[in-house]
Design a protein around this ligand. Structure first.
Ligand code: KG4
Ligand code: ZN
Length: 350
């Protein structure tokens, strides 16, 4: 079984071909970073136009890299939500057109589900598993029970974690997108203890029994520190120290929230080999990976974190989710609508 996957829900145009034995036959991602940099964030109309300009070439490239023609495909999968609707429409319509012209099944993919299923492409992972999904738009603790069956155990009450990284980085004058730059800046911190004492930051919701997150107060605290520093560009050392303290606070919060989730997961499912999966763009952060590796080990869990290239937005995960559904006989009609909002708990029966 071979599936072509298409991803256009945000600022990456992507196409990939995957075989059901988990071979990535091709995986192309074109980032629109340059188009959006001048605006300091993703502009939906600019994104949709850029997808339109590049998607055909990318699909042809993915098919050529895989060395196959459309007749060799078993299906075409595309992100149909959640995401920026103009962009989602571009990828979804391209996939429907190929499916219609080549008489292939069409599979409508939930972008969040694709992130959630990625560890089954990269690692031989059985259901159920506990999942921390952290990206620019989402922060959720979920249990994946089966393909299409997800339990929502906690989420953010305000900003997503990636958004908090990006906004805090912007306050410090770091380039867009801020997450990776902030992580890089923190490497310049020479004295971690002194940095955290100099720039103390809150740990929102730490110690609370529910598994939710809140990050807007953390961002506001970063702003307060920045405002107290001399006006103008921040000194390199200040950015390094503040970035270090910021990541320290984030890791502390994640360890607290996830620590509770691990206990609940064990009690609920009594798994023989419990796994904690890290997914979404923020999963690229090595400090967070290290903090959660320690937490997982201390609690007898295996931490599964897909390679960075497959954590951020890509089409390999869309094609893989397509294979997971196609194997179960799930296909969708060509009149399925694109959905700007599409919570994972609304997947059942789709
Ligand atoms: O999953 P993703 O590629 O796109 C969606 O939001 O769906 O995630 C992008 C987010 C951005 O907020 C970006 O700053 C963040 O992931 N990110 C990071 C790192 N790499 C990407 N945040 C912290 N540390 C990183 N190394
Ligand atoms: Zn994503």
């Amino acid at each position: 079984m071979i599936v072509l996957g298409i991803e256009t829900s945000c600022d990456e145009t992507a196409a990939a071909v995957i075989r059901d034995d988990r071979t990535i036959m091709s995986n192309l991602v074109l980032s629109q970073l340059e188009e959006h940099r001048a605006f300091g964030g993703v502009v939906p109309e600019v994104a949709a136009r850029a997808h339109l300009d590049h998607l055909d070439t990318l699909i042809k490239g993915a098919m050529d890299d895989a060395g196959i023609g459309f007749a060799d495909l078993s299906g075409v999968a595309a992100t149909c939500g959640p995401g920026l609707i103009g962009g989602v429409m571009v990828g979804m319509m391209a996939a429907k057109a190929i499916a219609a012209a080549c008489h292939l099944p069409f599979i409508a993919i939930n972008h969040l589900e694709a992130h959630a299923l990625t560890p089954r492409l990269t690692d031989d992972l059985e259901f159920p598993y506990l999942l921390l999904l952290v990206s620019g738009g989402h922060t959720q603790i979920l249990v994946a029970e089966a393909v299409g069956v997800y339990r929502h155990w906690g989420g953010t009450m305000d900003d997503a974690l990636g958004e908090c990284f990006d906004k805090s980085a912007k306050l410090m004058g770091l380039p867009y997108p801020g997450g990776p730059h902030l992580e890089q800046a923190a490497h310049g911190c020479l004295n971690p203890a002194a940095a955290c004492a100099r720039f103390p930051l809150p740990r929102p919701l730490k110690g609370r029994p529910e598994l939710d997150f809140s990050f807007s107060g953390l961002k506001t605290a970063v702003r307060a520190h920045v405002d107290k520093l001399p006006p103008g560009d921040l000194r390199r050392e200040d950015v390094a120290d503040l970035s270090y303290s910021f990541q320290d606070a984030i890791c502390d919060v994640l360890q607290d929230r996830l620590g509770r989730a691990l206990i609940k997961f064990k009690a609920t499912y009594q798994p023989t080999q419990p796994s904690l999966v890290l997914a979404g763009g923020v999963a690229a952060n090595l400090r967070i990976r290290a903090a959660l590796t320690t937490l997982a080990q201390d609690n007898g869990f295996r931490l599964v974190a897909p390679p960075v290239k497959l954590c951020s937005d890509n089409a390999a995960m869309i094609a893989w989710a397509g294979i997971e559904h196609l194997r179960l006989g799930h296909t969708h009609a060509l009149n399925v609508a694109a959905r700007p909002r599409w919570p994972l708990v609304e997947m059942e029966g789709f």
